[in-house]
Design a protein around this ligand. Structure first.
Ligand code: SF4
Length: 379
């Protein structure tokens, strides 16, 4: 089973922290949709269409800047080209685009899961992030999502903002929890160099919070959402049982996926390991170039690279990773040093005990990246 990711590269305005690929000129939307459909159809009768598709994800950018008619045309092309056996079709949306009629149209088009970029309910934080929506729009959108009949939905929050207090974060969490969301993604703010935020930090105009403050924020998110029945299942993801994200989980399990649209990445297993490639991050090139020129150089990944990546992705999740899978799929066995290190981490409460599965505790997941680094450098 595989996944399909579609990158919709339009946004109303640039959020201060964002380094995804997007443009704020939305006039190219019709041309883009036509080209995206051509890209979908370019996979007709290739090996990529032999596997049934388990999940589709419209990400961006802001997919909710496309109207239902455009989404319907894209879905038709996908149905015609691929064998769809989807368990989940997600569309990212921003609160300022959503109305009851639009949500109803999305259901008709076949979207089963909406992902809403709330980030915060605090007006001053929304302004700091330069989000296009306000608190009232976020509240109204959540209200609509609850009543429109989506099987599941998720909302994004950002913590660890400069000046954000624990109390403020707690209020954001309480507001979100009051809508009983089946799934939440919560990320700590990261300062990326080429963003407005990155430049301000570089100039010393904004001071990012201390690591301990961010760590306290993380603890609060984990604890409060767990209390509300939405436990963590990946470092940044929380869900009620049965509402875990199908599409993102397939990335973490290294399943095949195709990325369509500018800047989208693809990943596909082959006999030597797997290949990863991406489309150019350039809308003009996407609209004007030959499909093959627009696809950037492929990177061949060896079994060892894949094993290390799988360990990283798996350790960030609650389910962890089976040692048997590392051996069978990646030819990767833990050596004695690695096993001793893991035993020591079990004693420290960072790893869960158990012989067949490598699994971090909630405490361990907080420092998953540094534990992974220790493990792979011992190989
Ligand atoms: S709406 Fe999303 S993709 Fe667009 S600029 Fe903001 S964070 Fe980035």
């Amino acid at each position: 089973m595989s996944g399909i990711y579609l990158h919709i590269p339009f946004c109303r305005q640039a959020c201060s922290y964002c380094d995804f690929y997007f443009v704020t000129r939305t006039g190219y939307r019709d041309q883009f949709v036509k080209r995206l459909i051509e890209e979908v159809e370019s996979y007709q009768d290739t090996k990529y269409t032999e596997e049934p598709v388990r999940s589709i994800y419209f990400g961006g950018g802001t997919p909710s800047l496309l109207n239902a008619g455009a989404l319907d045309r894209i879905m038709r092309a996908l149905r015609k080209t691929f064998l769809l056996e989807t368990e989940e079709i997600t569309l990212e949306m921003n609160p300022d685009d959503v109305s009851r009629a639009y949500l109803g149209d999305l259901l008709d088009v076949g979207i089963t899961r909406s992902s809403m970029g709330v980030q915060s309910f605090k007006p001053e934080l929304l302004e700091f992030m330069n989000r296009a929506h306000n608190r009232e729009e976020a509240l109204a959108c959540l209200e609509l999502l609850k009543s429109t009949g989506f099987h599941t939905f998720t909302a994004d929050l950002i913590y660890g903002n400069p000046g954000q207090s624990l109390q403020g974060l707690q209020e954001d969490l309480e507001t979100l929890i009051s809508f009983d969301p089946p799934h939440v993604s919560a990320y700590s703010l990261t300062v990326e160099p080429k963003t407005k935020l990155g430049r301000q930090v570089e100039l010393g105009r904004i001071q990012p919070p201390e690591d301990e403050v961010v760590s306290d924020h993380y603890d609060l998110v984990v604890e409060r959402l767990a209390e509300a029945g939405i436990p963590q299942y990946e470092v940044s993801n929380y869900s009620k049982p049965g509402h875990e994200a199908v599409h993102n989980s397939s990335y973490w399990r290294h399943e095949n996926y195709l990325g369509l649209g500018p800047a989208a990445h693809s990943f596909w297993w082959d006999e030597d390991g797997a290949v990863r490639w991406s489309n150019k991050s350039d809308l003009k090139a996407y609209l004007g170039e030959e499909m093959s020129a627009m696809r950037q150089q492929k990177e061949q990944l060896t079994k060892l690279q894949l094993a290390e990546e799988r360990l990283m992705l798996g350790l960030r999740t609650r389910e962890g990773i089976l040692k048997k899978e590392l051996v069978n799929r990646y030819n990767y066995s833990l050596n004695e040093r690695q096993q001793d290190y893991i035993d020591q981490k079990v004693d420290e409460g960072k790893f869960m005990a158990g012989n067949d599965r490598l699994r971090l505790s909630v405490e361990g997941r907080k420092i998953a990246d540094s534990i992974l680094l220790d493990i792979i450098t011992m190989h």
